[in-house]
Design a protein. Structure first.
Length: 113
Protein backbone atom coordinates (compact mmCIF):
# COMPACT_ATOMS: atom_id res chain seq x y z
CA UNK A 1 0.00 0.00 0.00
CA UNK A 2 1.52 3.21 -1.14
CA UNK A 3 0.45 6.54 0.12
CA UNK A 4 0.52 9.63 -2.00
CA UNK A 5 3.33 12.05 -1.11
CA UNK A 6 0.84 14.81 -0.33
CA UNK A 7 -0.94 12.50 2.14
CA UNK A 8 2.40 11.58 3.66
CA UNK A 9 3.22 15.26 4.13
CA UNK A 10 -0.22 15.86 5.64
CA UNK A 11 0.20 12.90 8.03
CA UNK A 12 3.68 14.03 9.07
CA UNK A 13 2.40 17.58 9.57
CA UNK A 14 -0.61 16.38 11.55
CA UNK A 15 1.60 14.07 13.61
CA UNK A 16 3.97 16.95 14.30
CA UNK A 17 1.08 19.21 15.32
CA UNK A 18 -0.38 16.53 17.60
CA UNK A 19 3.04 15.88 19.13
CA UNK A 20 3.56 19.61 19.72
CA UNK A 21 0.09 19.91 21.28
CA UNK A 22 0.70 16.93 23.55
CA UNK A 23 4.09 18.33 24.54
CA UNK A 24 2.41 21.66 25.36
CA UNK A 25 -0.22 19.91 27.46
CA UNK A 26 2.43 17.91 29.31
CA UNK A 27 4.52 21.05 29.93
CA UNK A 28 1.44 22.82 31.33
CA UNK A 29 0.59 19.87 33.58
CA UNK A 30 4.15 19.74 34.89
CA UNK A 31 4.11 23.52 35.47
CA UNK A 32 0.83 23.32 37.41
CA UNK A 33 2.07 20.39 39.43
CA UNK A 34 5.26 22.30 40.22
CA UNK A 35 3.22 25.31 41.37
CA UNK A 36 1.06 23.09 43.58
CA UNK A 37 4.12 21.41 45.06
CA UNK A 38 5.65 24.80 45.81
CA UNK A 39 2.42 25.84 47.56
CA UNK A 40 2.38 22.60 49.56
CA UNK A 41 6.02 23.15 50.57
CA UNK A 42 5.19 26.71 51.67
CA UNK A 43 2.22 25.57 53.76
CA UNK A 44 4.25 22.71 55.23
CA UNK A 45 6.94 25.18 56.29
CA UNK A 46 4.32 27.47 57.87
CA UNK A 47 2.74 24.52 59.68
CA UNK A 48 6.16 23.35 60.89
CA UNK A 49 6.89 26.83 62.24
CA UNK A 50 3.54 26.92 64.04
CA UNK A 51 4.10 23.66 65.88
CA UNK A 52 7.85 23.91 66.36
CA UNK A 53 8.83 24.50 69.95
CA UNK A 54 10.59 27.83 70.24
CA UNK A 55 11.61 27.41 73.86
CA UNK A 56 13.49 24.92 75.99
CA UNK A 57 10.59 22.84 77.30
CA UNK A 58 8.76 20.01 75.60
CA UNK A 59 5.24 20.85 74.35
CA UNK A 60 3.81 17.62 75.86
CA UNK A 61 5.25 18.52 79.27
CA UNK A 62 3.81 22.03 78.96
CA UNK A 63 0.36 20.60 78.18
CA UNK A 64 0.57 18.14 81.08
CA UNK A 65 1.36 21.01 83.48
CA UNK A 66 -1.57 23.04 82.15
CA UNK A 67 -3.92 20.08 82.56
CA UNK A 68 -2.69 19.49 86.13
CA UNK A 69 -3.24 23.14 87.00
CA UNK A 70 -6.65 23.08 85.37
CA UNK A 71 -7.62 20.47 87.96
CA UNK A 72 -6.63 22.93 90.68
CA UNK A 73 -8.73 25.65 89.06
CA UNK A 74 -11.75 23.33 88.87
CA UNK A 75 -11.29 22.35 92.53
CA UNK A 76 -11.17 26.04 93.47
CA UNK A 77 -14.30 26.73 91.45
CA UNK A 78 -16.12 23.88 93.17
CA UNK A 79 -15.05 25.28 96.57
CA UNK A 80 -16.30 28.74 95.61
CA UNK A 81 -19.59 27.30 94.38
CA UNK A 82 -20.03 25.57 97.73
CA UNK A 83 -19.28 28.79 99.59
CA UNK A 84 -21.78 30.71 97.45
CA UNK A 85 -24.44 28.09 98.17
CA UNK A 86 -23.74 28.47 101.92
CA UNK A 87 -24.06 32.26 101.62
CA UNK A 88 -27.38 31.90 99.80
CA UNK A 89 -28.70 29.66 102.56
CA UNK A 90 -27.54 32.15 105.21
CA UNK A 91 -29.18 35.06 103.36
CA UNK A 92 -32.42 33.11 103.01
CA UNK A 93 -32.32 32.33 106.76
CA UNK A 94 -31.62 35.99 107.60
CA UNK A 95 -34.51 37.07 105.34
CA UNK A 96 -36.85 34.63 107.06
CA UNK A 97 -35.78 35.88 110.49
CA UNK A 98 -36.09 39.53 109.42
CA UNK A 99 -39.60 38.95 108.10
CA UNK A 100 -40.54 37.16 111.32
CA UNK A 101 -39.22 40.09 113.41
CA UNK A 102 -41.08 42.55 111.16
CA UNK A 103 -44.30 40.58 111.64
CA UNK A 104 -43.85 40.49 115.43
CA UNK A 105 -43.09 44.21 115.47
CA UNK A 106 -46.16 44.98 113.34
CA UNK A 107 -48.26 42.73 115.53
CA UNK A 108 -46.90 44.42 118.69
CA UNK A 109 -47.46 47.92 117.28
CA UNK A 110 -51.00 47.03 116.18
CA UNK A 111 -51.85 45.56 119.58
CA UNK A 112 -50.63 48.67 121.45
CA UNK A 113 -52.77 51.03 119.39
Amino acid sequence: MTVEPSVQVALVSAGGAITAALAGVLVELVRRQGAQLAEVREHAQEAREQVANSHGTNLRDDLDRVIDRLGLVLDGQQHHSSELADLRREIAHERTERLAVAERLDSHLNSTN
